[in-house]
Design a protein around this ligand. Sequence first.
Ligand SMILES: [Zn+2]
Length: 95
Amino acid sequence: MINKVFEIQEKKKSGEISTTKKQKWIKKWEPHKHCSVCGVAIAMDKEDFCSSKCSGEYQEWKLEQEKKNKRNSIMMFVLMGVMLVVMLMVTMFSR
Ligand SMILES: [Zn+2]
């Protein structure tokens, strides 16, 4: 079981190495941009990502950010509500 997990990790590692190797054909002086996820150099006419793996990771990240933003705005809303209630209570009891 442990061996299998290790094997998968090794496979992942070697896969990453091969993608970076593949990207090395881009000459340094050629106009290029970098993959938005892993920072590997990619050709200008390509998408913002070096591979579908990275674009998938970016989509996941974006979804995560959106979820976080939603959660934050809900938290803010709740906090505002609580503050309002507290303020109302304070004004009511101070009378
Ligand atoms: Zn990448």
